[in-house]
Design a protein around this ligand. Structure first.
Ligand code: NAI
Ligand code: MG
Length: 366
């Protein structure tokens, strides 16, 4: 059979975003050659904060959407640098891509990887107790971008940040969450809300959840948690959770907590999906550009590798699951060896050493 060739737009971005993207592309190249199951045609786009400062744009105005749509997937490092206010960089690149490319689902798996020192284990928990997928609403809610500022420079300045909840938006994320829960062994979904204090948007959120839940009765077991109590349950009863669905803001926060409980923010992946597949989906580690360690060659590329594995899985539509699993096995063999762990995992290895080790493992396994 002819092996499929996928077109990838790679956006390394800023700081360690560029370092981990470089590492991920090397691993993907090795994976495609070693497995012989697919090929990648990578187009690297130099959209970054440094270039924003000289050009005045993050993405070429007028053409960026067409440019991205020529690809099957987008691989993203991180955007944000101390020379540009964070709301400018985030709204200059990442959020417009999520919105325009119809990426209304953000999937964030978390588990305790071999070799991580998970803070949870100090709480009497087994590594297998933490194995979650957080499904984040990625298109509306608290990050819809509606609002405004008046009298911005006066001491009576007023600003509003309006959260948007639509029935269509809620229903599609709930369906995705129930389907994800159904596909996992435990078939369990926890819905996160704050409908006690936020009595409009969150009440609609709950109502649509209960409506969709009826269709999954007897198939997926579901329950509801207030977001504040959820933080406590994640720490004290991690084994009681499996698939979690939450709003844009709530899931943003809970997934960083999940990553920290699992050992390091440097290992966690995320997928921004357009489930309709009419636009390219985007894959990125959850961490940012880490200016404190950028340029030193010491950042952990594991979150970038895991994101790349998720990209391969998504592109294959079932046909590359085995290759993605082999990639994950290679990653865990490397994190399992103390000699090939970076500083955030208690080791001393450099980014390049971890990358070389992954490539060797991929060649051995595939
Ligand atoms: P950050 O994730 O960049 O760093 C937080 C801490 O974790 C730092 O101490 C960093 O050294 C450490 N860390 C993160 N990734 C690591 C890795 N792979 N290996 C080892 N250590 C790692 O978050 P921070 O500092 O809040 O943000 C820095 C910049 O990144 C800001 O401009 C922010 O807006 C941007 N950002 C961008 C994101 C994106 O593009 N998706 C996500 C989060 C932040
Ligand atoms: Mg975040």
């Amino acid at each position: 059979s002819i092996k499929p060739v996928y077109k990838i737009a790679a956006i390394p971005g800023d700081g360690i975003g560029a370092e981990v993207t470089n590492a991920a592309l090397k691993a993907l190249d090795t994976l495609s050659q070693s497995s012989d199951a697919f090929a990648l045609n990578v187009n690297t786009l130099d959209w970054s904060s440094a270039n924003y400062l000289t050009r005045g744009w993050y993405m070429p105005p007028d053409t960026w959407e067409d440019e991205l749509k020529k690809h099957d997937a987008i691989y993203f490092g991180a955007v944000g640098w101390p020379t540009v206010p964070d709301h400018i960089s985030l709204w200059g690149m990442m959020l417009p891509i999520r919105n325009s490319m119809n990426q209304y689902v953000n999937v964030r798996p978390t588990r305790v990887m071999r070799g991580t020192k998970a803070p949870l284990s100090q709480l009497d928990a087994k590594p297998s107790d933490l194995d979650w997928v957080i499904i984040r609403e990625n298109s509306e809610g608290e990050y819809a971008g509606q609002g405004g500022t008046t009298h911005g420079h006066a001491n009576y300045a007023v600003a509003t940040e309006v959260a948007i909840f639509t029935r269509v938006g809620i229903e599609r994320i709930m369906r995705f969450a129930f389907e994800t829960a159904k596909s996992r062994p435990r078939k369990k979904l926890t819905m996160v809300t704050k409908s006690n204090a936020q009595r409009h948007g969150m009440v609609l959120w709950d109502k649509v959840f209960h409506m969709v839940a009826k269709e999954y009765e007897g198939v997926v077991e579901s329950d509801k948690m207030l977001v504040d109590a959820m933080t406590v349950r994640m720490v004290n009863k991690p084994e009681s959770l499996d698939t979690i669905v939450a709003t844009n803001l709530h899931a943003d926060i809970l997934s960083d907590l999940a990553a920290a409980l699992a050992g390091s923010i440097g290992i966690a992946p995320s997928s921004n999906l357009d489930p309709t597949r009419s636009c390219p989906s985007m894959f990125e580690p959850i961490h940012g550009s880490a200016p404190d360690i950028a340029g030193k060659g010491i950042c952990n590329p594991v979150g970038a590798f895991w994101s790349a594995a998720e990209m391969v899985r998504w592109l294959g539509q079932g046909k590359l699951d085995q290759v993605a699993d082999q990639f994950m096995e290679a990653i865990e063999n490397v994190t399992g060896d103390p000699k090939t762990r970076t500083g955030d995992m208690g080791g001393q290895a450099k980014t390049d050493e971890v990358t070389d080790a992954i490539c060797r493992e991929i060649e051995r396994i595939c």
